[in-house]
Write a protein of this length. Sequence first.
Length: 287
Amino acid sequence: MIPPFEYKIPKTIEEACDLLWQAEGKSKIIAGGTDLVIGLRNGDQSPQVIIDITRIEELRKIGEMNGVLSIGAAITHSELASSSWVKKYGKVLSDAASEIGSPQVRNLGTIGGNIINASPAADTIPPLMVLNAMGRVVSKEGERQVPLYQLFKGPYETNLKPYELLTQVIFLKLPSDMRSSFVRLARREAMAIARMSVAVVFQIERGKIEDIRIAVGSVTPTPQRMLEAETFLKGKPLDEASFQKASHKVSEKMISQSGIRPTTSYKKPVVEALFIRAMRKALEEQA
Ligand SMILES: Cc1cc2nc3c(=O)[nH]c(=O)nc-3n(C[C@H](O)[C@H](O)[C@H](O)COP(=O)(O)OP(=O)(O)OC[C@H]3O[C@@H](n4cnc5c(N)ncnc54)[C@H](O)[C@@H]3O)c2cc1C
Protein backbone atom coordinates (compact mmCIF):
# COMPACT_ATOMS: atom_id res chain seq x y z
CA MET A 1 0.00 0.00 0.00
CA ILE A 2 1.23 3.54 -0.73
CA PRO A 3 1.71 5.44 2.56
CA PRO A 4 -0.48 8.55 2.87
CA PHE A 5 0.86 11.88 1.64
CA GLU A 6 -0.30 15.46 1.23
CA TYR A 7 -0.98 16.55 -2.36
CA LYS A 8 -0.24 20.17 -3.24
CA ILE A 9 -0.99 21.91 -6.52
CA PRO A 10 0.93 25.20 -6.77
CA LYS A 11 -0.02 27.69 -9.51
CA THR A 12 3.30 29.53 -9.67
CA ILE A 13 6.99 28.69 -9.62
CA GLU A 14 7.37 30.76 -6.47
CA GLU A 15 4.66 28.81 -4.70
CA ALA A 16 6.23 25.51 -5.77
CA CYS A 17 9.64 26.66 -4.45
CA ASP A 18 8.06 27.63 -1.11
CA LEU A 19 6.42 24.21 -0.79
CA LEU A 20 9.63 22.39 -1.71
CA TRP A 21 11.60 24.44 0.83
CA GLN A 22 9.05 23.93 3.63
CA ALA A 23 9.00 20.15 3.06
CA GLU A 24 12.69 19.89 4.10
CA GLY A 25 13.51 17.09 1.66
CA LYS A 26 10.40 15.03 2.40
CA SER A 27 8.58 15.98 -0.79
CA LYS A 28 8.58 14.75 -4.38
CA ILE A 29 7.59 16.69 -7.45
CA ILE A 30 5.08 15.00 -9.74
CA ALA A 31 4.55 15.95 -13.39
CA GLY A 32 3.08 13.13 -15.52
CA GLY A 33 3.74 10.57 -12.79
CA THR A 34 4.72 7.86 -15.30
CA ASP A 35 7.98 7.22 -13.42
CA LEU A 36 7.11 8.49 -9.94
CA VAL A 37 3.93 6.45 -9.48
CA ILE A 38 5.90 3.25 -10.19
CA GLY A 39 8.36 4.29 -7.45
CA LEU A 40 5.47 4.98 -5.03
CA ARG A 41 3.83 1.65 -5.79
CA ASN A 42 6.95 -0.46 -5.30
CA GLY A 43 7.97 1.42 -2.16
CA ASP A 44 11.15 3.05 -3.55
CA GLN A 45 9.60 6.47 -2.86
CA SER A 46 7.57 7.44 0.19
CA PRO A 47 7.31 11.24 0.27
CA GLN A 48 5.20 13.02 2.87
CA VAL A 49 4.23 15.70 0.34
CA ILE A 50 3.69 15.41 -3.41
CA ILE A 51 3.90 18.65 -5.37
CA ASP A 52 2.03 18.61 -8.68
CA ILE A 53 3.65 21.10 -11.08
CA THR A 54 1.36 20.59 -14.06
CA ARG A 55 -0.82 23.68 -13.34
CA ILE A 56 2.12 26.10 -13.41
CA GLU A 57 1.59 28.00 -16.68
CA GLU A 58 5.24 28.96 -17.09
CA LEU A 59 6.29 25.30 -17.13
CA ARG A 60 3.80 24.54 -19.89
CA LYS A 61 5.22 26.88 -22.56
CA ILE A 62 7.57 26.54 -25.51
CA GLY A 63 9.10 29.88 -26.44
CA GLU A 64 11.73 31.40 -28.69
CA MET A 65 13.80 34.51 -28.05
CA ASN A 66 17.12 35.84 -29.39
CA GLY A 67 17.99 32.57 -31.10
CA VAL A 68 17.24 30.46 -28.03
CA LEU A 69 14.46 27.88 -27.77
CA SER A 70 13.04 27.40 -24.30
CA ILE A 71 10.91 24.39 -23.36
CA GLY A 72 8.94 24.30 -20.11
CA ALA A 73 9.71 21.29 -17.90
CA ALA A 74 6.05 20.20 -17.85
CA ILE A 75 5.77 20.01 -21.65
CA THR A 76 4.67 16.49 -22.56
CA HIS A 77 6.32 14.26 -25.13
CA SER A 78 3.23 14.59 -27.36
CA GLU A 79 3.56 18.37 -27.23
CA LEU A 80 7.29 18.15 -28.01
CA ALA A 81 6.66 15.82 -30.93
CA SER A 82 4.03 18.11 -32.47
CA SER A 83 5.58 21.52 -31.73
CA SER A 84 6.40 23.34 -34.96
CA TRP A 85 9.21 25.24 -33.19
CA VAL A 86 10.83 22.08 -31.84
CA LYS A 87 10.48 20.42 -35.26
CA LYS A 88 12.11 23.43 -36.91
CA TYR A 89 14.90 24.23 -34.44
CA GLY A 90 15.57 20.90 -32.67
CA LYS A 91 14.10 18.17 -34.83
CA VAL A 92 16.30 15.52 -33.23
CA LEU A 93 14.38 16.14 -29.98
CA SER A 94 10.88 16.02 -31.50
CA ASP A 95 11.87 12.83 -33.37
CA ALA A 96 12.93 11.20 -30.08
CA ALA A 97 9.81 12.37 -28.23
CA SER A 98 7.58 10.86 -30.91
CA GLU A 99 9.11 7.41 -30.26
CA ILE A 100 8.61 7.32 -26.50
CA GLY A 101 6.34 4.63 -25.01
CA SER A 102 2.75 4.71 -26.20
CA PRO A 103 0.35 7.61 -26.95
CA GLN A 104 -0.86 7.42 -23.32
CA VAL A 105 2.70 7.68 -21.96
CA ARG A 106 3.54 10.50 -24.38
CA ASN A 107 0.40 12.41 -23.35
CA LEU A 108 1.37 12.28 -19.66
CA GLY A 109 5.17 11.99 -19.51
CA THR A 110 7.10 15.26 -19.55
CA ILE A 111 10.53 16.38 -20.69
CA GLY A 112 11.37 17.48 -17.12
CA GLY A 113 10.37 14.12 -15.65
CA ASN A 114 12.37 12.27 -18.30
CA ILE A 115 15.48 14.30 -17.46
CA ILE A 116 15.21 14.21 -13.66
CA ASN A 117 14.35 10.51 -13.54
CA ALA A 118 17.83 10.20 -15.11
CA SER A 119 17.38 6.77 -16.62
CA PRO A 120 20.36 5.74 -18.81
CA ALA A 121 17.66 4.93 -21.40
CA ALA A 122 15.79 8.27 -21.25
CA ASP A 123 15.06 9.08 -24.87
CA THR A 124 15.13 12.88 -24.68
CA ILE A 125 18.58 13.10 -23.07
CA PRO A 126 20.90 12.13 -25.99
CA PRO A 127 19.09 14.62 -28.31
CA LEU A 128 19.32 17.35 -25.66
CA MET A 129 23.02 16.60 -25.25
CA VAL A 130 23.74 17.05 -28.96
CA LEU A 131 21.74 20.28 -28.84
CA ASN A 132 24.08 21.47 -26.04
CA ALA A 133 21.00 22.03 -23.88
CA MET A 134 21.07 23.71 -20.49
CA GLY A 135 18.64 23.20 -17.63
CA ARG A 136 17.21 26.17 -15.70
CA VAL A 137 16.93 25.21 -12.06
CA VAL A 138 15.10 27.36 -9.51
CA SER A 139 14.74 27.25 -5.73
CA LYS A 140 14.39 29.54 -2.71
CA GLU A 141 18.18 29.98 -3.02
CA GLY A 142 17.88 31.49 -6.53
CA GLU A 143 18.35 30.34 -10.10
CA ARG A 144 21.16 28.43 -11.79
CA GLN A 145 21.71 27.25 -15.35
CA VAL A 146 23.38 23.88 -15.73
CA PRO A 147 24.66 22.21 -18.89
CA LEU A 148 22.60 19.06 -19.09
CA TYR A 149 25.62 16.73 -19.04
CA GLN A 150 26.57 18.17 -15.62
CA LEU A 151 23.20 17.29 -14.13
CA PHE A 152 23.77 13.54 -13.97
CA LYS A 153 25.69 11.82 -11.16
CA GLY A 154 24.91 8.26 -12.21
CA PRO A 155 22.04 6.02 -13.25
CA TYR A 156 18.80 7.48 -11.81
CA GLU A 157 20.76 10.15 -9.91
CA THR A 158 21.04 13.88 -10.57
CA ASN A 159 22.76 16.76 -8.82
CA LEU A 160 19.44 18.48 -8.14
CA LYS A 161 18.83 19.30 -4.50
CA PRO A 162 15.52 18.04 -3.06
CA TYR A 163 14.16 21.59 -2.92
CA GLU A 164 15.13 22.50 -6.52
CA LEU A 165 12.76 22.63 -9.49
CA LEU A 166 13.76 22.23 -13.13
CA THR A 167 11.76 24.95 -14.86
CA GLN A 168 13.01 24.98 -18.46
CA VAL A 169 15.38 23.39 -20.89
CA ILE A 170 17.04 25.85 -23.26
CA PHE A 171 19.24 25.52 -26.33
CA LEU A 172 20.41 27.57 -29.28
CA LYS A 173 18.20 27.06 -32.29
CA LEU A 174 19.85 24.58 -34.62
CA PRO A 175 20.80 26.30 -37.91
CA SER A 176 18.66 25.09 -40.81
CA ASP A 177 21.66 23.63 -42.67
CA MET A 178 22.53 21.26 -39.82
CA ARG A 179 21.68 17.60 -40.25
CA SER A 180 20.37 15.57 -37.37
CA SER A 181 18.87 12.20 -36.50
CA PHE A 182 17.82 10.03 -33.59
CA VAL A 183 17.76 6.24 -33.81
CA ARG A 184 16.88 3.74 -31.13
CA LEU A 185 16.82 0.02 -30.72
CA ALA A 186 14.24 -1.64 -28.50
CA ARG A 187 12.96 -5.17 -27.99
CA ARG A 188 9.60 -4.40 -29.58
CA GLU A 189 8.29 -1.53 -31.65
CA ALA A 190 5.91 -0.14 -29.00
CA MET A 191 6.17 0.46 -25.25
CA ALA A 192 9.72 -0.84 -24.91
CA ILE A 193 12.46 1.18 -23.24
CA ALA A 194 15.41 1.74 -25.61
CA ARG A 195 18.20 -0.84 -25.33
CA MET A 196 20.41 1.58 -27.21
CA SER A 197 20.01 5.00 -28.79
CA VAL A 198 22.15 7.40 -30.79
CA ALA A 199 21.59 11.10 -31.53
CA VAL A 200 23.73 13.06 -34.00
CA VAL A 201 23.84 16.60 -35.35
CA PHE A 202 26.40 17.87 -37.84
CA GLN A 203 27.07 20.34 -40.60
CA ILE A 204 28.56 19.64 -44.01
CA GLU A 205 31.02 22.12 -45.49
CA ARG A 206 32.49 21.49 -48.92
CA GLY A 207 31.81 17.77 -48.62
CA LYS A 208 33.39 17.48 -45.16
CA ILE A 209 31.86 16.98 -41.73
CA GLU A 210 31.93 19.99 -39.41
CA ASP A 211 30.58 20.78 -35.97
CA ILE A 212 29.54 17.22 -35.25
CA ARG A 213 27.97 16.18 -31.95
CA ILE A 214 27.17 12.57 -31.06
CA ALA A 215 25.48 11.20 -27.94
CA VAL A 216 24.42 7.71 -26.92
CA GLY A 217 21.80 6.41 -24.50
CA SER A 218 21.40 3.09 -22.65
CA VAL A 219 24.92 1.78 -23.27
CA THR A 220 26.75 3.88 -20.68
CA PRO A 221 25.79 4.54 -17.02
CA THR A 222 24.37 7.92 -18.05
CA PRO A 223 23.77 9.21 -21.59
CA GLN A 224 27.07 10.55 -22.89
CA ARG A 225 28.60 12.66 -25.65
CA MET A 226 31.09 10.67 -27.76
CA LEU A 227 33.84 13.29 -27.88
CA GLU A 228 36.56 11.05 -29.34
CA ALA A 229 34.37 10.07 -32.30
CA GLU A 230 33.38 13.74 -32.76
CA THR A 231 37.03 14.89 -32.84
CA PHE A 232 37.90 12.10 -35.27
CA LEU A 233 35.11 13.00 -37.70
CA LYS A 234 35.68 16.75 -37.83
CA GLY A 235 37.01 17.65 -41.28
CA LYS A 236 36.58 14.08 -42.59
CA PRO A 237 34.78 13.29 -45.85
CA LEU A 238 31.26 11.85 -45.74
CA ASP A 239 32.25 8.30 -46.58
CA GLU A 240 31.68 4.86 -45.13
CA ALA A 241 35.36 4.46 -44.18
CA SER A 242 35.16 7.53 -41.91
CA PHE A 243 31.86 6.34 -40.41
CA GLN A 244 33.35 2.88 -39.75
CA LYS A 245 36.41 4.29 -37.98
CA ALA A 246 34.30 6.68 -35.94
CA SER A 247 31.94 3.83 -34.99
CA HIS A 248 34.91 2.02 -33.42
CA LYS A 249 35.59 5.11 -31.31
CA VAL A 250 31.96 5.01 -30.14
CA SER A 251 32.19 1.35 -29.08
CA GLU A 252 35.61 1.89 -27.44
CA LYS A 253 34.12 4.71 -25.37
CA MET A 254 31.15 2.53 -24.42
CA ILE A 255 33.51 -0.23 -23.22
CA SER A 256 35.74 2.23 -21.33
CA GLN A 257 32.64 3.49 -19.47
CA SER A 258 30.77 0.25 -18.88
CA GLY A 259 33.58 -2.33 -18.86
CA ILE A 260 33.55 -5.69 -20.63
CA ARG A 261 30.32 -7.51 -19.81
CA PRO A 262 28.65 -10.69 -21.05
CA THR A 263 26.55 -8.46 -23.35
CA THR A 264 29.57 -6.64 -24.83
CA SER A 265 30.01 -9.08 -27.73
CA TYR A 266 26.44 -8.19 -28.78
CA LYS A 267 26.50 -4.50 -27.90
CA LYS A 268 29.80 -3.60 -29.57
CA PRO A 269 28.84 -4.38 -33.20
CA VAL A 270 25.27 -3.17 -32.62
CA VAL A 271 26.20 0.24 -31.22
CA GLU A 272 28.62 0.65 -34.14
CA ALA A 273 25.88 -0.23 -36.63
CA LEU A 274 23.38 2.05 -34.89
CA PHE A 275 25.79 4.98 -35.05
CA ILE A 276 26.35 4.42 -38.78
CA ARG A 277 22.57 4.17 -39.24
CA ALA A 278 22.16 7.52 -37.46
CA MET A 279 24.72 9.16 -39.78
CA ARG A 280 23.06 7.74 -42.90
CA LYS A 281 19.59 8.73 -41.70
CA ALA A 282 20.76 12.31 -41.08
CA LEU A 283 22.22 12.42 -44.60
CA GLU A 284 18.99 11.15 -46.14
CA GLU A 285 16.95 13.93 -44.50
CA GLN A 286 16.59 17.24 -46.30
CA ALA A 287 18.97 19.85 -44.89
C1 LIG B 1 4.78 2.05 -20.05
C2 LIG B 1 5.90 3.05 -20.01
C3 LIG B 1 6.69 3.23 -21.15
C4 LIG B 1 7.74 4.15 -21.13
N1 LIG B 1 8.50 4.29 -22.26
C5 LIG B 1 9.51 5.18 -22.25
C6 LIG B 1 10.32 5.35 -23.42
O1 LIG B 1 10.10 4.72 -24.47
N2 LIG B 1 11.34 6.24 -23.35
C7 LIG B 1 11.62 6.95 -22.23
O2 LIG B 1 12.55 7.76 -22.23
N3 LIG B 1 10.86 6.82 -21.12
C8 LIG B 1 9.84 5.96 -21.09
N4 LIG B 1 9.08 5.80 -19.96
C9 LIG B 1 9.42 6.53 -18.75
C10 LIG B 1 8.63 7.84 -18.51
O3 LIG B 1 7.41 7.86 -19.19
C11 LIG B 1 9.44 9.08 -18.90
O4 LIG B 1 10.66 9.09 -18.23
C12 LIG B 1 8.66 10.38 -18.65
O5 LIG B 1 9.22 11.40 -19.42
C13 LIG B 1 8.68 10.80 -17.19
O6 LIG B 1 8.01 12.04 -17.09
P1 LIG B 1 6.87 12.28 -16.01
O7 LIG B 1 6.38 13.66 -16.21
O8 LIG B 1 5.86 11.20 -16.03
O9 LIG B 1 7.75 12.19 -14.67
P2 LIG B 1 7.27 11.93 -13.18
O10 LIG B 1 7.01 10.48 -13.00
O11 LIG B 1 6.19 12.89 -12.78
O12 LIG B 1 8.61 12.34 -12.42
C14 LIG B 1 9.81 11.60 -12.62
C15 LIG B 1 10.89 12.13 -11.65
O13 LIG B 1 11.27 13.44 -11.98
C16 LIG B 1 10.99 14.37 -10.91
N5 LIG B 1 10.53 15.58 -11.58
C17 LIG B 1 9.56 15.66 -12.53
N6 LIG B 1 9.51 16.91 -13.01
C18 LIG B 1 10.45 17.64 -12.35
C19 LIG B 1 10.87 19.00 -12.41
N7 LIG B 1 10.35 19.88 -13.28
N8 LIG B 1 11.86 19.40 -11.58
C20 LIG B 1 12.41 18.55 -10.68
N9 LIG B 1 12.07 17.25 -10.59
C21 LIG B 1 11.09 16.79 -11.42
C22 LIG B 1 9.97 13.65 -10.04
O14 LIG B 1 10.04 14.07 -8.69
C23 LIG B 1 10.40 12.20 -10.19
O15 LIG B 1 11.49 11.92 -9.36
C24 LIG B 1 8.01 4.89 -19.95
C25 LIG B 1 7.20 4.73 -18.81
C26 LIG B 1 6.16 3.82 -18.84
C27 LIG B 1 5.30 3.67 -17.61
